[in-house]
Write a protein that binds this ligand. Structure first.
Ligand code: KG4
Ligand code: ZN
Length: 397
């Protein structure tokens, strides 16, 4: 089955075409074409993602990225198409709120053959609603023009499936997934533990009561005058000190800073990161400018606190859910120290649990993960409703 997938939930615009075969027990995916444009450089000046700018950039870039992905997949054939007036008007109506996209789309669709694909998958939520809408309207217009089924995908399910995908030469495979599965989803907008007792059906086990962990990284980075996104910047600093650390997992080196481990000892699997962020703020307020060494030490202590809390809660949830598979997904799962701690602790404290971490290129937002989810949803014959809408706060469970 060939799936064209579109992702525009945040600040990455991505279009991919994936060829998938197999079933829910064992599936193989070949990425035929993949085009992705990150807007990070544009949002950096705002210190975070600015939704209306994200929307405008998605609208500008979707047609060029679709063209590039089809070309890479060798599915781009130029030829004049006669579009029935009724279809033309329906597409114009769908895209009327996306300035610039309507004209580019109609031009593209009237000069290009419909590619041989089986379905179109699009992220419907969670994310920034103005950004999600662009992708949804674009996908609806494509589905209408090419008469293909449309699939609505939950972005977080994409992160879970990306983490289950293993690289096998040029292909991705998802197989031998033992349930129950526990997923720790950590990104700029989410921090949650979700259990999957049955394939693709989810139950919430724990979540943050305030900030997401990626948000804490980004805010703390900003307090330390580091650029957006803060995760990779803090990680880079912290790793400088950890290189000299005889026990990098525990992080016992002396520093002038001690940060709290919020909710570490409560009996739930919930998280809280706003206290940690505030503790950094107060510490910084009490001091003059940090020296270079102190910045490294602060980043190191911050990552010690984050990883300790994430692990403790995940370990508790593994015990509670009897999970056989642990997945970590979302942008923050790219983090070197979190990966280090989880790899070490799972093998020592939960040796029967299989830990699955996404391949590096699939950790941050992309359309391949949306195509993976699209494949499983298509296997179930699911279709997006005709009135599919963006759901900024859509949940997995
Ligand atoms: O999943 P994602 O790409 O977008 C959302 O859906 O939010 O996650 C973005 C978040 C940002 O907060 C960013 O700072 C964080 O992931 N991030 C990292 C790393 N790479 C990205 N956090 C810690 N360490 C990293 N290496
Ligand atoms: Zn994401």
């Amino acid at each position: 089955m060939r799936i064209l997938a579109i992702e525009t939930s945040c600040d990455e615009t991505a279009v991919t075409i994936v060829d998938a075969e197999g079933d829910r027990r064992s599936a193989r995916f070949r990425v035929l074409g993949n085009a992705l444009l990150s807007q990070i450089d544009l949002h950096r000046d705002y210190g975070g993602v600015f939704p209306m700018l994200a929307k405008r950039e998605h609208a500008k870039n979707l047609v060029p990225l679709l063209t590039a992905a089809l070309e890479e997949a060798e599915l781009l054939r130029e030829s004049a198409q006669s579009l029935p007036q009724e279809t033309h008007d329906a597409i114009a109506a769908l895209l009327e709120r996306e300035p610039g996209l309507d004209a580019a789309f109609l031009e593209f669709i009237q000069t290009t053959d419909a590619p041989v694909i089986d379905a179109i998958a699009v992220t419907a939520g969670p994310g920034l609603e103005p950004a999600l809408w662009v992708g949804i309207n674009f996908a609806k217009a494509l589905a209408r023009a090419w008469m293909k089924p449309l699939l609505a995908i939950n972005h977080m399910e994409g992160h879970v499936l990306a983490a289950l995908a293993e690289e096998d030469g040029e292909e991705l495979v998802i197989r031998n997934v033992e349930l129950p599965l526990l997923a720790l989803l950590i990104s700029g907008g989410h921090t949650e533990l979700v259990a999957m007792h049955e394939w693709l059906s989810y139950k919430l086990v724990g979540q943050t009561k305030d900030d997401a962990v990626g948000e804490a990284y980004d805010k703390v980075a900003r307090m330390m005058n580091l650029p957006y996104p803060g995760g990779p910047e803090i990680s880079k600093l912290s790793e400088i000190l950890r290189e000299t650390d005889p026990d990098p997992v525990s992080g016992n080196l002396e520093t002038p800073f001690t940060l709290p481990r919020p909710l570490l000892h409560d009996q739930t699997c919930d998280f809280s990161f706003s206290g940690l962020k505030t503790a950094v703020l107060y510490t910084l307020k009490k001091r003059a400018e940090l020296t270079d060494d102190e910045r490294v030490q602060m980043a190191y202590e911050f990552e010690n606190a984050v990883a300790e809390v994430l692990w403790k809660k995940t370990s508790r949830a593994l015990t509670d859910t009897l999970a056989k598979t642990l997945v970590i997904g979302g942008g923050v799962s790219a983090n070197t120290h979190i990966r280090r701690v989880f790899t070490d602790k799972v093998s020592k404290e939960h040796p029967d649990v299989a830990l699955r971490i996404p391949p590096a290129r699939l950790t941050t937002d992309n359309a391949i993960m949306i195509a993976l989810a699209g494949f499983y949803r298509l296997l179930r014959d699911e279709r997006a409703p005709a009135d599919l809408a963006a759901h900024g706060t859509q949940r997995l469970a």
